[in-house]
Design a protein around this ligand. Structure first.
Ligand code: FES
Length: 227
């Protein structure tokens, strides 16, 4: 499984929602992924499927720098190589038993999954310091419609459309007065997205969270051509 129809990097979660030594599932354009942090806190993104019998690895558990499958306990290291099979503890595990891995990166408080294992980190959004998480939310619309709506909708405290500082097919950086808002868009499937919002420290986070909720309603009800 590859994510070649997707941009080089796709956001999969706000960084602050995944603790060290935990794992969770994520969807990118229909592809099921496991996002997990080892005990040092480093993030990893793999296909959410154990090579043994196909169990979801997001149901598994982290042991140091290994992710263990819930079903038969096979353990995989941070490179995705199987290192331990409990039923055969003495076995030197063949190199061929490995996970499909994707590049993982953290930028601007968001965990990003590469479309391939060697995705180019220079294609991540520009780094912005001093950001805090606002929230993530789901919406039933396309990324293009959401970007258009974000660019046209005034941020709290302002009556005018915000200034668009940067925009790609799944990311937008907006400013209005003292507010800077970043929104990374995760394409989940057909007309289903997750929006991950970060803002500058000192921004009215609660007001921005309400703004996002109101925007979601607009995006889901407005006809495509009017969004
Ligand atoms: S399905 Fe994962 S260890 Fe058997």
């Amino acid at each position: 499984m590859t994510m070649t129809s997707q941009p080089t990097w796709s956001p999969v979660a706000l960084s602050n929602v995944i603790d060290p030594s935990t794992s969770t599932g994520a969807l990118v354009d229909g592809a099921e992924l496991v996002v997990w942090r080892d005990s040092s806190g480093k993030a990893h993104v793999w296909e959410d499927r154990c090579p043994h019998r196909g169990m979801r690895m997001s149901f598994g558990f982290v042991r140091g720098d290994h992710l263990a499958c819930l079903y038969h306990g096979w353990q995989y290291d941070t490179a995705g190589q199987c290192r331990h099979i409990p039923a055969h503890p003495q076995l030197e595990v063949p190199q061929t038993i490995r996970m499909q891995t994707f590049a993982a990166a953290e930028r601007n408080g968001i965990i990003w999954a590469g479309a391939t294992a060697d995705a180019d980190p220079t294609l991540l959004p520009a780094e912005i310091a001093g950001l805090v998480p606002v929230r993530s939310l789901y919406a039933d619309c396309t990324a293009a419609k959401a970007l258009k709506g974000l660019a046209a909708t005034p941020l709290p405290i302002s009556a005018d459309a915000p200034t668009v500082e940067a925009i790609t097919e799944n990311y937008i950086s907006l400013t209005a007065g003292p507010i800077r808002l970043l929104v990374a868009i995760q394409a989940l499937g057909k007309e289903k997205i997750a929006l991950h919002l970060m803002a500058n420290e000192g921004a009215p986070v609660a007001a921005l969270a309400r703004y996002a909720q109101a925007l979601r309603l607009t995006l889901e009800t407005a006809p495509a051509e009017a969004a």
